[in-house]
Design a protein around this ligand. Structure first.
Ligand SMILES: O=P(O)(O)OC[C@@H](O)[C@@H](O)c1c[nH]c2ccccc12
Length: 261
């Protein structure tokens, strides 16, 4: 098990664990994998999700309302891992992980079959103890870079990243957009100077055209809000709806030389 992209662009699917409930989230994730997702971001719902747009905020609220905890997210990982080798990333704010206990979290995540972790609000400059715990348990630390990150910061992040690097196509919050920001292309180019790891681009990728466009300049595209919108719009048939949507994106993609993280 490792983070690996099989097509170009690779597909990273963000899924809030626990929306509408934990068991359905497991089925949604497996449906996304069947539709071609290489990596799943297992979203830990959090009460103060400052970087999230309205769709993912609402998904988080529903998941919290159902009582979804870090422990549940690790249960999701363990169940999903029984059926697939897809890359599994826990996607969280720092607070829930600290409450769980950082060392215990890393041990339990590795044991559940998780490959990597992305903490949205942890700057690499403050990540010492986190990086040590991650490395001890052989987990890949994934970081976000933004168009506003200066080169020195891109370099630092590249040095501490494993698996892939997540390039946010613009500043602001997550959510669907009309077009993929041209900033994203420049950012990928700048980041490429500092790393050979795959680069995934996210924020505002919501249809087949944008997905293909990202593939022209990056290794993978992240899709979040467009998936969680399908979950919300299709009560009772969430996995089927997500699968149909993602198949529409991946069906025209070509196999690429596999790029290992
Ligand atoms: O929703 P979008 O625009 O498709 O972007 C992916 C994004 O949602 C997902 O990766 C994500 C969820 N929460 C975040 C917080 C910060 C950065 C990124 C994220």
């Amino acid at each position: 098990m490792a983070i690996q992209f099989h097509k170009r662009p690779g597909l990273v699917a963000y899924i809030t664990c626990g929306d509408p409930d934990v068991d359905t989230a497991i089925r949604i994730i497996l449906a996304a994998v069947e539709a071609g997702a290489d990596v799943i971001e297992l979203g830990v719902p959090f009460s103060d999700p400052v970087a999230d747009g309205p769709v993912i905020q609402a998904a988080s609220e529903r998941a919290l309302h159902g009582g979804t905890s870090v422990k549940d997210v690790l249960h999701v990982a363990r169940e999903v891992r029984r059926h697939t080798d897809a890359g599994l990333i826990v996607f969280s704010y720092m607070n829930p992980l600290l409450r769980y206990g950082l060392e215990k979290f890393c041990a339990d995540a590795a044991n559940a079959g998780v490959d990597g972790v992305l903490v949205t609000d942890l700057p690499v400059e403050e990540a010492g103890p986190y990086l040590a715990a991650m490395s001890k348990h052989n987990l890949d630390p994934i970081f976000l870079v933004a168009p506003t990150s200066p080169d020195a910061r891109l370099k630092l992040i590249a040095e501490h990243s494993r698996g892939f690097v997540y390039a946010v196509s613009r500043t602001g919050v997550t959510g669907t957009r009309q077009e993929v920001a041209s900033d994203a292309r420049d950012l990928v180019k700048r980041l490429r100077q500092f790393t050979k790891l795959p680069i995934a681009v996210g924020f505002g990728v919501s249809n087949a055209e944008q997905f293909a466009e990202v593939g022209r300049f990056a290794d993978a595209a992240v899709i979040g809000s467009a998936i969680m919108q399908r979950v919300f719009d299709n009560p009772g048939s969430e996995p089927e709806a997500v699968k149909a949507f993602l198949r529409g994106l991946t069906s025209s993609m070509k196999p690429a030389a596999a790029r290992k993280g």
